[in-house]
Design a protein around this ligand. Sequence first.
Ligand SMILES: [Zn+2]
Length: 204
Amino acid sequence: MFESDSEREGGSNRNQPDMRRRVFLTTLGAALGGAVLWSWRKPYAIVAAAKTEPGEVTIVQFSDAGARLDKVKIAKVVKSEAEWQKQLPSGVFEITRHADTEFAYSGKYWNLHDKGIYRCICCDNALFNSATKFDSGTGWPSFWEPIAQENVEEIHDTSFGMVRTAVACRRCDAHLGHVFEDGPRPTGQRFCMNSAALRFVKST
Ligand SMILES: [Zn+2]
């Protein structure tokens, strides 16, 4: 979108390239706010996402029906950028591997009320149970706790000038979303997730 808009404006203002660019950026910045910043900061997210290294993690396994099974020590899922890119649709790849965020109300799970569990779209690790899902009014699927604390990782995140806690899949380091302290009882937490990072498994 940015490139095509820029090129189109360039066609009618070639004698004033600096002014054109300044006006373009100012207008775009006013219209989209942090989106421009997001675009510039993206390379840093890519560097951060490349840190996944082989090793073992302890997670709790769950059946598709939501039954808690064994706590297991299991190898991390480590793949190259190219492998993830091949496995995942582009939007999912950007969200899970580069910490992008889907637009509010755009995902497929924010308004889903079915019973079931939510697994990691990248590695199938169980992440959330529908029993802890609540309507946060944000347009993102929200939960008051993960299915097992072992299965997610919370990461201090200071990107975009904000202090937040990012949430990632423990087994493959997929970026899932953020957790905030304004959730409902009993935990008071709000795990604000990207639908695109999740795969819902309906209880039968
Ligand atoms: Zn995962």
